[in-house]
Write a protein that binds this ligand. Sequence first.
Ligand code: SF4
Ligand code: SF4
Length: 296
Amino acid sequence: MKNAKRLNIRIHGHGGDGVVTAAKILAWGVIEGEGKNAQMFPTFGPERSGAPVVCSVRICERPLPIPIENPDIIVVFKTALKDDGVFGGIGENSVVIVDSPEPAIKIAKALGRPIWSLDASGISKTELGKALPGIALFGALVKATGIVGRNSMFLAIRNNIPKKNLRGNLRAAHRGFEAVRTIGELSKPCVCLSTETPAKPAWNEIIPGAVQTDAGNSRNYKTGGWGISLPVIDLDKCKMCMICWAMCPENSFRVMGGKLVLDEEHCKGCGVCSEVCPKKFDAIKMEIKKEKQNES
Ligand code: SF4
Ligand code: SF4
């Protein structure tokens, strides 16, 4: 790892896990602790708790296009384990680190390769009082790759975490470092060396940002999984004024058979509809989804 000229790391999780914080601290540790170059790019849709987040961290001598397609190291938070394409683009020598309450034998078997695993969510619940596994995963990443030294790891945390949360996060990093284990036999202690220096992309090879490549694609983006609650419509009270339809940011209302119907695949539970439904009708109440009730 110490001789690597370029490293690509991809971290998967969901909003609220601490994905961006973990990536930021890693990049800080590389730059300030080790005196090397690093870049960190979070990629998300609308920035919201519970939405999928991918963070790319690049340790290199010159900029490269994002997002990282072929990571040398991949870190997957528990919340993202079931997401599509999370393990896409990993190579034979990529280091895979997953947050899993059980040793992630099934994942290692499915990938047909050794991986690193730890219960980072469990550690963070003990040390921080909630599931914020980013720092424990950062500790695991340091152990699995030696990408920064332990001193740089602690220094990076000290310089990026508010004082009131510092002790718990330092303990979480230490425990992540100690707890991470390999599943399967690793051929080398760290196998993610990448020594070639990438060619600088030509002007017409640079990936443009913030561009919609096709129209009408928001219907393909299923925002229904984001929220914890759903509006319940009282059809006896509803007077079909359609104010909720007009104000819904996800266009989640349909009229079928002369009645208002909710599109649960796109309703993100923001509650705007229940706020705008006229008080004299009072036809919409927000209710916690059944599966979320069970979670708490
Ligand atoms: S809660 Fe109401 S306003 Fe918000 S997305 Fe769902 S239907 Fe639309
Ligand atoms: S705002 Fe209320 S009354 Fe009007 S259509 Fe929506 S649910 Fe019905």
